[in-house]
Write a protein of this length. Structure first.
Length: 173
């Protein structure tokens, strides 16, 4: 076995490990689709666009990543607005999701980030709605709407990330 094939094997291992982590990173609100796109671009540049990933593939991956981001924003906003959330509540949901992921991850590594992100979305929308309107029932509904929107957006964006990974793997092999 040559040194070049060992290095290539190690490179592929890290390539696929990062792609897998990128897919799961979507659960905690990280830009997994963009990580996958950047990785595909890096692969194309390293291989001088001669090993399966070309400009058209990158354009398709860019469109998929963009569609995932749009879906995430629209579904989260729709979930919150469906229950009458003020605009501040949507910002609270986003900030709450990030803060929740970080804080709960400190206590319960890895899985805590996922739990914290979802709980944080609910609490962020809930708290800002309650502070704005002083209506507990509306705040609960807004929090639930933001939570459900987040669940939907993670499912759509996660599916998009898996589809992007499938495109890359298909093109490489």
């Amino acid at each position: 076995m040559s040194l070049a094939s060992v290095v290539a094997g190690i490179g592929f291992f890290f390539f696929f490990a990062i792609m897998l982590l990128a897919v799961f990173s979507i659960l905690i609100g990280l830009p997994g689709c963009w990580i996958i796109l950047a990785e595909a671009l890096l692969y194309a540049l390293i291989t001088k666009f001669n090993q399966g990933i070309g400009w058209w593939d990158l354009a398709a991956l860019l469109a998929m990543a963009g569609a995932g981001e749009i879906a995430e924003f629209v579904l989260t906003a729709y979930g919150a607005q469906k229950y009458g959330a003020p605009k501040k509540a949507m910002a609270g949901a986003i900030v709450g999701g990030l803060v929740g992921a970080i804080l709960v991850n400190m206590v319960l590594p890895i899985i805590g980030a996922v739990i914290g992100a979802f709980v944080g979305v609910y609490l962020g929308a809930f708290l800002l709605t309650y502070m704005s309107d002083r209506d507990l029932d509306k705040a609960r509904k807004t929090g639930l709407g933001a939570f459900m929107g987040r669940v939907g957006s993670v499912l759509v964006k996660g599916t998009m990330a898996v589809a992007m990974a499938a495109v890359i793997i298909t093109q490489i092999f």
